[in-house]
Design a protein around this ligand. Structure first.
Ligand SMILES: C[S@@+](CC[C@H](N)C(=O)[O-])C[C@H]1O[C@@H](n2cnc3c(N)ncnc32)[C@H](O)[C@@H]1O
Length: 270
């Protein structure tokens, strides 16, 4: 049976490991949460001690298990049309400017299971004039391979697609039949716009592109102030001049040194 307690010293080791590798700040009151999440992996591997699991996961031969651990510890909550005020802002203030360009690069920097990137693709096809004739790419990245696999598959339950307006659901999704009853699959025209890739925001970005818009929503909430400050500056460097940077509504850059200009809550410009 898996240990029922984790010593504070052991928890400290996990806190440091997780902070150093992915920037997530497991505060002192989250020990139980971490234990519950790790337990899934420990059961799968038949490891009963938290210390043994930490030794296993940090062994250079067990790199894959490190990804599995990140899959269980990260919080992946997302939704189609989440914080839709951001997409309204893009439609009214940014797409008219982007219509003058042919090559448009967009980055969903903590995309989770794809709802954010596909919502973005829908709003582009709906509201950016001549979108089909332009060279538009949405890069969608996340640290978790599990959510990225779900995003690539592009299959969502009836409950998950509920925020999508009915007409757009019909236009951009296939409705499942038989064993897929109750599920919807993203159509090619959305998939063609989006590419998913694993990227850890704590590591140097292996990206040549400059982006017209970066969404980095509801991920920095887990990072401490120094980590957020460093990350925002690195992301700002990936923006084109005048590029737009959007964070989650519950997040803020206040108290952070940044070259970005505040436009309205959660929305900034280079
Ligand atoms: C709560 S979800 C937010 C998803 C989406 N942006 C939204 O607002 O709906 C946070 C995502 O950040 C990812 N994440 C956490 N730490 C990360 C890191 N260091 N690098 C990249 N992604 C990370 C998690 O795997 C998770 O999918």
């Amino acid at each position: 049976m898996i240990e029922t307690a984790m010593s504070d010293a052991e928890y400290n080791q996990y806190q440091r490991l997780i902070y150093d590798t992915c920037g997530i700040n497991f505060t002192d009151n989250k020990k139980q949460l971490l234990m519950t999440r790790l337990r899934k992996r420990m059961v799968a591997l038949n490891i009963i001690s938290y210390k043994k699991y930490r030794e296993y996961v940090t062994h250079p031969d067990h790199h894959d298990e490190f990804s599995q651990m990140l899959n269980v510890i990260s919080t992946n909550k997302t939704d189609f049309f989440r914080e839709s005020v951001h997409f309204e802002f893009l439609k009214n203030n940014v797409y008219p400017r982007l219509e003058r360009k042919n090559k448009i690069r967009l980055w969903s920097a903590a995309s989770s299971s794809g709802e954010e990137a596909y919502t973005w693709a829908i709003t582009i096809l709906e509201h950016l004039r001549d979108a089909k004739d332009k060279d538009i790419k949405i890069l969608a990245t996340d640290i978790s391979t599990k959510v990225l696999a779900e995003a690539e598959a592009g299959v969502y339950s009836e409950e998950l697609v509920r925020p999508i307006p009915v007409a757009q659901l019909k236009k951009y999704f296939y409705k499942g039949h038989n064993q897929w009853n109750g599920y919807y699959m993203v159509k090619e025209q959305l998939k063609e716009l989006v590419s998913f890739r694993r990227l850890n925001l704590m590591e140097p970005f292996p990206l040549k592109a400059q982006f017209d818009v970066i969404l980095c929503r509801n991920v920095m909430i887990y990072f401490d102030k120094e980590t957020r400050e460093r990350l925002v500056e690195r992301l700002a460097r990936q923006l084109t001049a005048g590029g737009i940077f959007i964070i989650g509504n519950a997040e803020s850059l206040s108290g952070i040194k940044t070259s970005l200009k505040y436009l309205q809550p959660a929305i900034y410009q280079k």
